[in-house]
Ligand binder design. Sequence first.
Ligand SMILES: [Zn+2]
Length: 626
Amino acid sequence: MKQPPTKPNRPYGEIVNLLLSKKLLTKKQVDHSHRIRDKLKTSQNILEILKELKYITDEQIHQTIRDNILSLRIGDMLVELGLINEQDLLTALHIQSQSKPKRKLGEVLVDSKLLEEKKLLNTLSLQLGYEYTDVEFAKIDENIFRKIPLRHYESRSFIPLRIQDNKAVVCFADPLDNNAIRTVSNAMNMTVIPAISSRKSIITAIERLLPTDKTNKTTPNDDNAVTIVNNIITEAIELQDVSDIHIEPLSDRVRIRFRTDGVLVSYKNFPINIHASLSSRIKVLCKADIAEKRRHQDGRMLFVHKESEMDLRVSFYVTVFGEKIVLRLLNRQSELLNIDELGMPRLIRKKFINDALDRPSGVILITGPTGSGKTTTVYSCINYLNNSETSIITAEDPVEYVIEGIGQCSIDPKINLTFEETLRHIVRQDPDVVVIGEIRDRFSAEVAVQAAMTGHKILTTFHTEDSIGGLLRLLNMNIDAFLISSTVVCIVAQRLLRKICPQCAMPYTLTPKDFLRLGMKPEHLENAHFSKGTGCEFCRYTGYKGRIPVFEVLVLNEDVRDGLIQRRTSHQIRKISIESTNMVTLFEDGIYKAAAGITTIDEIMRCLPRFSKPRKLEEIKRLAGE
Ligand SMILES: [Zn+2]
């Protein structure tokens, strides 16, 4: 890995030089403050010390910066003001020099987590006297917004705020971007007063104001609501990676958002007066009570789309502004994944198949939070086990994907087809493989263990953080430790991480902070190729597109079983698992995939638990089978 160059020797900062040339300071005062700093061995910056010594005031510093902003380099200024250190600046300049097209320094600092965006904006606002507004929550006059041709908003880097004394106050993500200021000034034919807002809130504000649908302007009626609801659902289905539709009444509008790759993304806004008819229309579709508006409700619907049926689960939740509606798109798997396509590293997959799936009996647990891809894994296991000599039977809530040749049952409490009732009958069906949708209580856990004791193979899911957590939860459900250790053969923990957008991926150099966050040193990550998406239209400026699962596969051996029976602590059992079974942890599989440029360090930190120190990348690669 390339290291950034080392720091040069720079006696005075540029701001101090300016203050000297304006005779607001004397050389003697500056040297004095340097001596004090050396004596105190503090990392406090010189400007702070000069202020403490009352040689200079905040206002004099601000004014000097304002007068000379065009000649000051922002990076040096941030160092001098003590917001970042020299090393961070050099790291950022290094990243910047490798980016194409060249990115703004402020942006690089924020993206690399060297500087919080809020701190940067506050400093710019304070030092340069720019107004700071969180435009996401500001009222923006649509007429002023439309004074600028819409194509200029493609960069999502500014938004006009208001007209004031015949000048336009415009919020920029980077108020020092002279090109952007000139563009806006020309387009509006006005002098521009720059103000500051975060890029994220500018993007949100623009998406709210961009024209989305002609139905936006029309008055609501029932026909209209039918069309809007149809359009929303159809578009969500056609965008392959949407899992949920959120329809939320706010104080001034109805906001529609889609959960895409696990993250909510703004889709459209509608006038608030259309909310009641949208809600009624959806209630008709999912057979909920139309008259009921004060209680939470749920329902289901089959939505016909291009000759196939899409199953949607709907929930109405009463909020102060009306009913918030969430539609979950079930059977979202576009195809049944072959076990080889799941995304398990080669050696881990081999072990999972040989030592777990191919075993004649025992419990295989797939764990993880909601939306971690457990169902996809279960179905690809079923697919692997499905053949003419095997009887497979399921109890699912609900069936999400119909597979030819197996007996699937959808739980439906409304007609009293409960989970308990189904599980009581399931073993009488003479199955080889039993699939229990989810272990949710002691009863279902007992059914799983009992069935395994009598020679069945059980596949099921469980809500736990990691593989060891799965074992311990079974213990906490009062299932005998001996029974668990003799029936559970394998626990898979998993998560879905967002993949870097292929259209805007850039090589990424780890910062000292990244190493700290990972708990690793540069020599632990030899031959790693990290990347990051800079954001483009293709990925809606998120830098991510699609998702990839990461796995932690624990195949129990004698050592782990002993640890369990002796009721060792989770820390000890984890240590035994890692050392004696060569288990690759979730965090390590994450590092493995980030080092291959598939996902980012940020995603790892956002999604993966870190219970133990990761091994060297080289070692992880060896265990994964590279
Ligand atoms: Zn992109």
